[in-house]
Each structure stands twice: as structure tokens, then as C-alpha cells.
Design a binder for this molecule. Structure first.
Ligand code: NAP
Length: 290
């Protein structure tokens, strides 16, 4: 069994980005700039946002965190987004999810300028990605592709099972891996909560690659996978003792894997790296650098 080390891969990608940014600065351009909006006080969101801002420093970007209380009205938040959309000095904008219940998440996502939508959640980017066109790709799914590419894991022609169909992880990764992309051309089965257990087991037991994003600790067990499988664990679950675990029973499943992601240090790090790649792309688009 070998580890798909998200930390190592992310550091390498961010170092490449930092080299490019240094070159752009030498030629007199400003730094790429990511703005993150955080609403309310949600401990996991605090830690995700911190790691995004930290990563901006490593990449040579400017990172701005805008905090709003959870009492902010949807209309006020929309107004703030419009301001940032119009601000020429911000290349990429993230609104950290989840939002308080009184704010409609889809209204907020739809309000972000697709040219600044580095999370890749706006329908324009999601649609373009689905059609195989140039787009900001949803960051976690894109990060998984980059990790598979870094470790030269064959995807082309493989059978991949995705467990979980959220718009931010399961759905986009199933589309990306089945599209005619460099890291794609797999035959993908997307499963969800209505997938009968027997069918799920049939699928996972013959899968070459299993990707799980359900948010249930230990959901994927040793009996669900075949020898030599590649397992990508997207889950981030905080146990009562504060420990962070994924959706895979790591200690037992790893015995059967050719490759597996750890949690932490796997997909989470790659999500942030993919956001950096998307921000650089937004910046390059702004300055006609590509
Ligand atoms: P989500 O929106 O809650 O979606 C979970 C998905 O799992 C849903 O599609 C749900 O099906 C499906 N599901 C739930 N129970 C199932 C079961 N018993 N069998 C099969 N499918 C089942 O979650 P998410 O946002 O995708 O996140 C999933 C996990 O990944 C969470 O732990 C989250 O913290 C983590 N995450 C990590 C990263 C990262 O960077 N590493 C990024 C995003 C999320 P239905 O659609 O039918 O309800």
C-alpha cells in the first residue's frame, strides 16, 4: 500500500504557482488576489478559511478575509458580492459554505461573477466543466484529479465508483472522471443514499478506484473493496474527542489498497491547492497571460 500524499503534492503545485507569480511580479504586475467571505462562527469553516489564506501566502498571492456576523441579511451579502465582482483588484472570490439557514446558498453562488468563481460552483462553470469546456472546476474534484495525475495513477479505461452525489464533490468528480479529459475517460458509477446496499457492494467490489464523500466515519470497510484498489477518501469528520477522520476505515481498508489517501493530509490539502490553481487562472485571464 502506498499513500497518496496530498500535502506533498499540494506543496509541489503551490511552489510551481509561486515561481510563476514571482515572474509576473518581476514584469511589473500586481499579485493575484483571492478574497474569502466568512459568515458567522463555524469552527470547521474557520479552519478551512485559515488554510486558504495561509496557502495564499505560500503561493505569493494576496489573501483577504472578510468576516460578517451570522445576522447579515441575504440582500446585504449579495450587495457585498456585487462590490467584489466589480473590484478589478480581486481575481478570485470564495463564499465559505455552509451559510446560515436564512441565506439561500444558491442565490449567493449564482451572484458570484463566473470569472471570479474559483470554487467552480456557479452554474456557468459547472455547465462548462460538464460540457468539457474551459472552466473553473469544482476545487475538491479538481484537486482529486491533480493528485491522481501527480502519482501517475491510471484512470483511462478504469472502473471508478463514486459514493455520494453532492454538487460540490460527488457529482463533479463523477463527471470529470468520465469526461474526455487527460485525467478522465474512466467508466464511472455514481452511488447515493438511495442505492440499494447490494448494488453498492457489487459496484465497489469490482471498482479499480473508489471515491467516497458521504460524511460518515468508517463508511467504506475492508469487505467492500477488491485487492489493489485505489481509495480516495474525501470525508472530513470530527469525532467527539476532536480527532479528524475520513469516510474510510483506514487501518483495515489500507491492507487491500494499492494507493489510498490519508485523512488529514489527503484530499483536504488538494482542495486548497486546486483553489490556488483556479485563482492563478482567473488572474492570467484578467491579464491575458494565457
Ligand atoms: P453532503 O452534501 O452531505 O453529501 C453527502 C452525499 O452522500 C449525499 O449525496 C448523500 O446522498 C450521500 N450519502 C449519505 N449517506 C449515504 C449512504 N449511506 N450511502 C450512499 N450515499 C450516501 O456532503 P459533501 O459536501 O459532499 O461532503 C461529504 C464529506 O466530504 C463530508 O465529510 C465533508 O466534510 C467532506 N468534504 C471534504 C472536502 C475536502 O476538501 N476534503 C471538501 C468537501 C467536503 P443524498 O444526496 O441522497 O442525500
Amino acid at each position: 500500500m502506498k499513500l497518496l500524499d496530498g500535502k506533498k503534492c499540494a506543496e509541489s503545485l503551490v511552489a510551481d504557482i509561486a515561481r510563476k507569480v514571482a515572474g509576473y511580479e518581476e514584469s511589473g504586475l500586481r499579485k493575484p488576489h483571492m478574497t474569502v467571505i466568512l459568515v458567522g462562527e463555524h469552527a470547521p469553516s474557520e479552519s478551512y478559511v485559515k488554510s486558504k489564506i495561509r496557502s495564499c501566502e505560500s503561493a505569493g498571492f494576496e489573501g483577504t478575509l472578510l468576516r460578517f456576523p451570522d445576522t447579515i441579511k441575504e440582500a446585504e451579502l449579495l450587495e457585498k458580492i456585487r462590490e467584489i465582482n466589480a473590484d478589478q483588484t480581486t481575481d478570485g472570490l470564495i463564499v465559505q459554505l455552509p451559510l446560515p439557514r436564512h441565506i439561500n446558498q444558491q442565490h449567493i453562488i449564482n451572484a458570484i461573477d463566473p470569472e471570479k468563481d474559483i470554487d467552480g460552483f456557479h452554474p456557468t462553470n459547472f455547465g462548462r466543466m460538464t460540457l468539457g469546456q474551459k472552466a473553473f472546476r469544482p476545487a475538491t474534484a479538481y484537486g482529486i484529479c491533480k493528485l491522481l495525475q501527480f502519482y501517475e495513477i491510471p484512470v483511462w479505461g478504469k472502473h471508478c465508483v463514486v459514493i455520494g452525489r453532492s454538487n460540490i464533490v460527488g457529482k463533479p468528480i463523477s463527471i470529470m472522471l468520465s469526461n474526455d479529459f487527460d485525467i478522465g475517460n474512466a467508466t464511472v458509477t455514481l452511488t447515493h443514499i438511495e442505492t440499494p446496499r447490494e448494488l453498492l457492494l457489487d459496484e465497489t467490489r469490482r471498482a479499480d478506484i473508489v471515491i467516497v464523500a458521504v460524511g460518515i466515519p468508517g463508511f467504506v470497510t475492508e469487505d467492500m473493496v477488491k485487492e489493489g484498489v485505489v481509495v480516495i477518501d474525501v470525508g472530513i469528520n470530527r469525532l467527539e474527542d476532536g480527532k479528524i477522520v475520513g469516510d474510510v476505515d483506514f487501518e483495515n481498508v489500507k491492507k487491500k489498497c494499492s494507493w489510498i489517501t490519508p485523512v488529514p493530509g489527503g484530499v483536504g490539502r488538494m482542495t486548497v491547492a486546486a483553489l490556488m490553481i483556479n485563482t492563478l487562472m482567473a488572474y492570467q485571464n484578467n491579464f491575458d497571460l494565457v
